[in-house]
Ligand binder design. Structure first.
Ligand code: GDP
Ligand code: MG
Length: 436
């Protein structure tokens, strides 16, 4: 990962107070490579690197950060800026009904995202109408009809022949039935051609949509940028939906598109299902493009809050199987210093956020803390001695129940078992996710 490479590039920099042309050279190269690999346009990368250099040079490194962290932070902030900074993603719908027109190449995800948007609005209590204006591929109409059925949103198909006519009729229909949002699914081609563009221009003139959004497949990389430019030149887009970000695509396309067209990314598609739609927030994707998850801010927190030596000591004890309830308590207290559990988990990539009851997690931690606090030093060191009468005493002292205590002891036992297995693992550093 770039983080590793950067750490390596900076290995000899510890103790130096400033970032300089010489000491950031390797790191700059790594950033450049990683952006190119993520499919960011070459010219965009070149300008970007210049700006990062300018910002980094002569920069004092904050005491709490190592030079590589300081550098990564500059890179990250610049990346966020490139993708639109802190602007909030939003649709500007002023008409009633409001019209959203989706355009883009064939296979980019227009039909799928028409349905996703419809569901998105329906959840907000709106009454959307889908319009099947892709007459180029008959199957596309059926696809939209099916999707509409699955989410309970009506689909207007008209005569299934002339896209412009279908849209015209759909406008009347939407007004009559009091729909407040109309989403137009239009025809794409494998490549841009005049016939398609003319049809889109005609529909645009007719509808004067509140939002014309181009749907772009993140997987197609550089080609996406060229077609985005062409669509934008012809249709004056309002923004983009970048799709298939659930796959391997690193999302550099997002930066390129934004830079070349200067139009915002409004949504991203993260899967084939109708719920796989997210509003686009630049900061979440900055780290993804660098291939380091959203881990940066966590690093900063951990570095300043957790006593490194204590963590290492705990890691060693853990490996030696000497990890007792005292250590357990200490770890919990360290974690709690970082802030609410929900915030901590948010910063770690790959953890599903649905289905976790953060309040409950918080409660659990508090309970565990209370229980261990009610134990004697000896009990913490040798949990084995905790018999029934001791449990009763601890329960009283901590305001918990016997079940709570049994649960804690059980999870401690499981942890010990896990330790035995971990001991066999060679790389002890991966255990506590040693920070660079
Ligand atoms: P259209 O030709 O532009 O209308 O594209 P479709 O909506 O028919 O989508 C083309 C293919 O891409 C379909 O198989 C979709 O299921 C798939 N697809 C669309 N959006 C996404 C996405 O965000 N993630 C993934 N993995 N697949 C997607
Ligand atoms: Mg389609």
């Amino acid at each position: 990962s770039i983080q590793k490479k950067l750490s390596k590039a900076f290995k000899n920099l510890k103790g130096q107070g400033k970032l300089s042309e010489k000491n950031i050279k390797d790191a700059v190269r790594e950033v450049k490579m990683s952006l190119l690999e993520a499919d960011v346009n070459y010219k965009v990368v070149k300008d970007f690197v210049e700006r990062v250099k300018e910002k980094a040079l002569g920069k004092e490194v904050l005491e709490s950060l190592t030079p590589d962290q300081e550098f990564i932070r500059i890179v990250r902030d610049e990346l966020i800026e490139l993708m639109g900074g802190n602007e909030k993603p939003k649709l500007n719908i002023s008409k009633r009904p409001g019209y959203i027109m989706l355009v883009g190449l064939q296979g980019s995800g227009k039909t799928t995202h028409a349905a996703k948007l419809a569901k998105y609005f329906k959840k907000q209590g709106k009454s959307p109408l889908l319009v099947a204006a892709d007459t180029y591929r008959p199957a596309a109409i059926d696809q939209l009809v099916q999707l509409g059925e699955s989410i309970g949103v009506p689909v207007f198909t008209g005569d299934r022949k002339n896209a412009v006519n279908i849209v015209k009729e759909a406008m009347d229909y939407a007004e009559k039935l009091l729909h407040d949002i109309v989403i137009l699914d239009t025809a794409g081609r494998l490549h841009i051609d005049e016939e398609m563009m003319n049809e889109l221009v005609e529909i645009k003139k007719l509808v004067e949509p509140d939002e014309i959004l181009m749907v772009v497949d993140a997987m197609i990389g550089q080609d996406a940028v060229n077609s985005a430019k062409e669509f934008n030149d012809r249709l004056e887009l309002d923004g983009f939906i970048v799709t298939k970000l659930d796959g391997d695509a690193r999302g550099g396309v997002i930066i390129s598109i934004r830079q070349i067209t200067n139009k915002p990314i409004k949504f991203v598609g993260v899967g084939e299902k109708v719920d796989d739609l997210e509003l686009f927030y630049p900061d979440r994707y900055a780290s993804r493009i660098l291939g380091m998850g959203d881990v940066l801010s966590l690093i900063e927190k951990v570095e300043t809050e957790i006593d490194k030596e204590k963590a290492e000591e705990a890691a060693n004890k853990f490996l030696e199987g000497k990890f007792d309830l005292n250590d357990f308590l200490e770890q919990i207290q360290q974690i709690r210093k970082l802030g609410p559990l929900s915030k901590i988990l948010e910063m770690i990539p790959g953890i599903p956020k649905e289905g976790i009851d953060f309040n409950k997690g918080e409660e659990e931690l508090k309970k565990i803390e209370a229980i261990i606090n009610s134990m004697t030093k000896e009990e913490r060191r040798k949990p084995r001695i905790i018999n029934y009468s001791r449990k009763q005493r601890i329960a009283k002292g901590s305001g918990t129940t016997l079940q709570d205590i049994n649960k804690l002891l059980k999870s401690y036992e499981q942890m010990k078992k896990m330790m035995k297995q971990v001991k066999k693992m060679k790389n002890k550093k991966s255990l506590f996710g040693k920070m660079p």
